[in-house]
Design a protein around this ligand. Structure first.
Ligand SMILES: O=C(O)CCC(=O)C(=O)O
Length: 269
């Protein structure tokens, strides 16, 4: 029996490569989380959009708490099994009328996990709909393994080193529509992307890559992980500490080590 998903949601994840509408936070909790992030922006003079892209759960305590949220962990275990590591976390933050977009890609292109027993969990802090640039997936493409891609840079592309999948049928794409506080999950190989936000509302999502411990990254360089459920049965990653407070030096040191490896592309200048 799955812990939080229905059997049909688990089947959908495996067949189509995504599942959506999983309730995690109440609308009030989602706006409270957003208020904390905006307060951090105000006090630091920085933006979450720029700074919180790679391993953000090692920087802010509220984000560390979120990757351990019992409802997120239960949904992850329903798909990945009892043991779960968090490899990466960061925001895809689109302000109102924001021309940022995300080109069609597969997440596995970046971390190159073998076997690809991993997924991205995407938590909506605002609503996410077609008019404000919701995430889109091309169902079933996770079954095609690694697809050929081209390096196509774009000024407003939120993927700094865009690896855009070649020859895909975008007519088959579906929008993942979410209310604030809801979660979606997409498979590591499913092709996905999103368009600019043409609306007057922001569209803010927190996307985290989680993996089973036997999924090893073949990308070069140091890579740590945070254990969020069960045990690390394989020891492939340096286990990260849990920050006790924002910018806890022990967690920042782990952040720096990991951001020198395959995640270096996300390191803020
Ligand atoms: O939020 C978006 O628009 C893109 C998200 C994405 O690429 C991801 O979560 O892997």
């Amino acid at each position: 029996m799955p812990r939080i998903l229905s059997e049909s949601q688990v089947t959908q994840f495996h067949e189509l490569g995504y599942v959506a509408g999983i309730p995690v936070l109440s609308e009030g909790e989602a706006s409270q989380a957003l208020a904390m992030l905006r307060a951090w922006e105000k006090s630091s003079g920085k933006t979450v959009k720029e700074v919180m892209r790679g391993k953000a759960h090692l920087l802010l305590k509220c984000l560390s708490d979120l990757i351990h949220h019992p409802r997120i962990v239960a949904a992850l275990q329903d798909v990945l099994g009892p043991n779960v590591l968090c490899l990466e976390s960061g925001f895809f933050w689109k302000n109102a009328r924001d021309s940022s977009y995300v080109s069609w890609h597969q997440d596995n292109t970046y971390l190159q996990l073998q076997p690809p027993a991993a997924l991205a969990a995407w938590l909506a802090l605002t609503d996410s709909k077609p008019d404000n640039g919701a995430l889109k997936v091309i169902p079933g493409t996770q079954k095609q393994g690694d697809l050929a891609y081209d390096l196509i840079p774009g000024e407003n592309n939120m993927l700094k080193f865009s690896r855009q999948v070649r020859d895909i049928d975008t007519k088959k794409a579906v929008h993942i529509e979410l209310e604030p506080g809801q979660l979606s999950m997409h498979a590591n190989h499913v092709v996905h992307g999103s368009e600019a936000n043409g609306s007057d509302r922001p569209r803010i999502g927190w996307s985290c890559i989680f993996a089973a411990p036997h999924a090893r990254t073949t990308a070069r360089g140091a890579m740590g992980a945070t254990l969020v459920a069960g045990e690390d049965t394989h020891g492939y990653y340096e286990l990260e500490p849990i920050p006790r407070f924002d910018f806890d030096p022990i967690a920042v040191a782990a952040y720096e080590r990991s951001m020198s490896g395959p995640l270096a592309i996300y390191k803020p200048k």
